[in-house]
Design a protein around this ligand. Structure first.
Ligand code: GMT
Length: 374
């Protein structure tokens, strides 16, 4: 197939899923065309089947807000026509689904019928999409898509609950490359971080409010009172300055390291004992899956789709949002040397259910079905 993929090019979950999907499809022989405003962060390989088309947004003094959606729609029209695409797959509804709708209408006037598939990722539904400023456009553009997928049952249910959706939504969960996210021997690194054999806790996120990084720090501070331990924080975002301040107030700075945005997260996960995800909202929890794939159990909330991934009492524990003390108790239980090896093994086993080799064929079959229905 000749497939167009539209996504955010950043390290965010939806962009990562879109890019890894495109890379795997290219390995399987499909021609994959990425259309976005800069080179996707994970599009770091050369493959004869991979193409990147940059959306150029002209500026003009009149524009307080440059009209990205229009430039994107025009680019989609151009690439669908020139590259003779079979399907356009857009990741994250805002504004990709409505831009795709516009491109489809323009292409129709030229005698081309391009099927549009929209994948809902999370905050496009659970947070941003619900805002009255966007809701009518989100509802309309989902209903106008030829195929719609969501990354968890929970996200699918929430979409039907809040929006007037007439379309079937297929759940295709996120996936993981078990070869890339594999526990590696990094003894020297572990020795440098935990010289006295402390336990190592890790959190990765974009440090936005929904991630509740404050809970990460408070959980860690309490765990550290009982078990000698260290915390590594990967990622960056608006909450980081407040979190650095909190560490100073709690006087735990010597045991906490802010690593910033890292390309090779799997290297950090390779030395971790426990992953913390106390999110308020999380449609799937790709960062937790990356940890599990590196044999790291997860202490999380039971928000959104997380319990579909992190099985309570098996791969870790899932507590109500904000239940810091509960998460501390669970963390101490998992970190106990009598329990830890089993939780690690269970985490990896569960990750295998989301093997990229199992999930990408679901997208291929979905593309074929939607194309055949046109
Ligand atoms: O929250 C993020 O990290 C970014 C966001 C995105 O769309 O870029 O992530 C969402 O999509 C990921 C991939 O499908 C999911 O794993 C995340 O759970 C989801 N985030 C939220 O729902 C808050």
């Amino acid at each position: 197939m000749r497939i167009g993929i539209v996504c955010y090019p950043t390290f965010g979950g939806s962009g990562v899923v879109a890019t890894e999907l495109g890379k795997e499809l290219a390995l399987k022989g499909h021609k994959v065309h990425f259309i976005t405003y800069s080179q996707p962060a994970r599009l770091d390989v050369f493959n004869e089947n991979l193409f990147y088309h940059e959306v150029y947004i002209p500026t003009y003094p009149l524009f307080q807000y440059p009209p990205y959606e229009l430039a994107l729609a025009s680019k989609m029209v151009d690439i669908v026509r020139f590259e003779k695409l079979d399907v356009l797959h857009v990741h994250y509804a805002i504004p990709h689904a409505s831009a795709a709708y516009m491109a489809k209408q323009i292409l129709r006037t030229k005698g081309i019928n391009i099927p549009i598939i929209t994948t809902l990722h999370g905050t496009d539904i659970t947070l941003v999409g619900k805002d009255a400023s966007f809701e009518p456009v989100v509802t309309f553009s989902i209903n106008q898509s030829d195929g719609v997928t969501a990354v968890s049952d929970s996200l699918r249910a929430e979409t039907y609950d809040f929006f007037q959706i007439e379309k079937d939504i297929e759940v295709i969960p996120n996936f993981i490359d078990l070869e890339k996210f594999k526990r590696q021997k990094k003894e020297h690194f572990r020795m440098a971080i935990t010289p006295n054999n402390e336990k190592l806790l890790v959190h990765t996120s974009n440090f936005r409010g929904v991630k509740r990084v404050e809970d990460v720090i408070r959980i860690f501070a309490k765990v550290r009172e009982k078990v000698p331990s260290k915390l590594l924080l990967v990622g960056d975002g608006p909450e980081r300055p407040k979190m650095e301040k909190l560490c100073r107030e709690l006087q735990i700075c010597q045991d906490v390291r802010f690593l910033g945005k890292l390309e090779a997260v799997e290297e950090v996960l390779s030395i971790a004992d426990l992953f913390l995800m106390p999110s308020e909202k999380e449609s799937f929890g790709l960062a937790a899956l990356e940890a599990m794939s590196c044999e790291v159990p997860v202490i999380s909330t039971n928000a959104g789709g997380i319990p579909e991934l992190n099985i309570n009492g098996v791969t870790g524990f899932a507590s109500p949002v904000g239940a810091v003390d509960d998460m501390v108790q669970n963390a101490l239980y998992v970190l106990d040397d009598e329990h830890l090896p089993q939780f690690k093994a269970n985490a990896l086993n569960r990750a295998k259910d989301f093997d990229i080799k199992k999930i990408v064929p679901l997208y291929e079959a979905f593309y074929q079905r939607v194309i055949a229905e046109q």
